[in-house]
Write a protein that binds this ligand. Structure first.
Ligand SMILES: C[S@@+](CC[C@H](N)C(=O)[O-])C[C@H]1O[C@@H](n2cnc3c(N)ncnc32)[C@H](O)[C@@H]1O
Length: 308
């Protein structure tokens, strides 16, 4: 299991990250264009009952609320700090919020028309169990939409990803969905503009064919036992994992900034790269300023190097 693929480490990671999440993380890694392209797969309608699992600061929930009436949306997350930000958003005032665990949902069987989870599976210690839970809470013919990262192909990205948390292969997602009992599985690749060729993320949708829980259903008492077995054996081990895992995660930020810089240069040269799922978002002002600063620093460094 990876450094942050533990519930307690993920909890503390988001205790701090939630301060920056909406303004600095999403514009680089999970944009409105990617979100809306993914949600299209779920065929959302106003009257549908939707569960948003790992709803965080409500970024994906805001996308869901563009189609679905707020009172039909139930949000669940294990982080109260992330959830407080979602609760404060004007568009989400009618939604209901639950603190809880994606692998042990506090919802009845056969209750929802749609299950959506975006960018959360990579933190779950047992993704198969979380997907079996998605299956259980859906009504027959209900759809589950899972959005998550794909394992990078380049060596540096792969090394950071493997250290940090779970970056599944595409076939893992398919295996988990099929084992849970889903049928008619479809996918779409998603990526921000700065990713030129790499596999980056996937949105996978599957249909529940019949009522009842997944054939993989787990005993609740076994789960309780496993949950208490997961936590940290000692404080230094926990802190070490949290710090190293957070550092590995933050290494993706310069990668993304450099990616945007490369994208900007190609655009100026009249050769803007076209990714198949390019999100047509505009960069927020803060990021434009950071990129302008990086560009100037680069020019200055080159000038000093070659003038001297
Ligand atoms: C990258 S954020 C994604 C938030 C949101 N879905 C979005 O689209 O912006 C991942 C979220 O998953 C939550 N999370 C991680 N593990 C979880 C678990 N086992 N149960 C519930 N939520 C979990 C984290 O607290 C965090 O808010």
């Amino acid at each position: 299991m990876k450094l942050i693929q533990h519930k307690r480490e993920a909890f503390w990671f988001y205790r701090f990250l939630s301060n920056f999440y909406d303004h600095y993380v999403n514009p680089l890694f999970w944009t409105t264009g990617m979100r809306d392209a993914s949600l299209e797969l779920a065929g959302l309608k106003p009257h549908q009952k939707v569960a948003d699992v790992g709803s965080g600061t409500g970024f994906t929930t805001e996308g869901i609320a563009r189609w679905v009436d707020g009172e039909n949306i139930e949000c669940l997350d294990q982080s109260p700090h992330q959830m407080a930000r979602a609760k404060a958003k004007a568009a989400l005032q009618d939604c209901r919020f639950h603190l809880g665990d994606a692998e042990d949902l506090p919802f009845p069987t056969d209750a929802f028309d749609r299950y959506v989870s975006a960018g959360s599976i990579e933190y779950w210690p047992d993704p198969q169990r979380g997907i079996a839970e998605a299956y259980r809470i859906l009504k027959p013919e209900g759809l589950a939409l899972m959005i998550g990262p794909l394992r990078p192909k380049n060596l540096i990205g792969r090394w950071i990803a493997d250290t940090w948390m779970l970056f599944p292969e595409e076939r893992d997602y398919y295996q988990w969905f099929e084992a849970a009992g889903f049928v008619n599985i479809r996918k779409r690749y998603i990526a921000p503009k700065w990713v030129l060729k790499e596999p980056y993320g996937i949105a996978l949708v599957g249909e529940k064919p019949q009522p009842g829980p997944s054939a993989l259903s787990y005993e609740p008492d076994r789960f309780e036992a496993r949950k208490s077995a997961v936590p940290v054996k000692s404080l230094p081990a926990f802190l070490g994992r949290l710090l190293a895992g957070s550092l590995a995660g933050f290494l993706f930020i310069p990668m993304a900034l450099l990616g945007y810089l490369r994208y900007g240069v190609l655009k100026i040269l009249g050769r803007p790269p076209v990714h198949p799922e390019v999100a047509r978002d505009r960069l927020p002002l803060q990021l434009k300023l950071v990129l302008a600063f990086l560009g100037l620093a680069l020019v200055a460094a080159l000038a000093v190097r070659y003038a001297g």
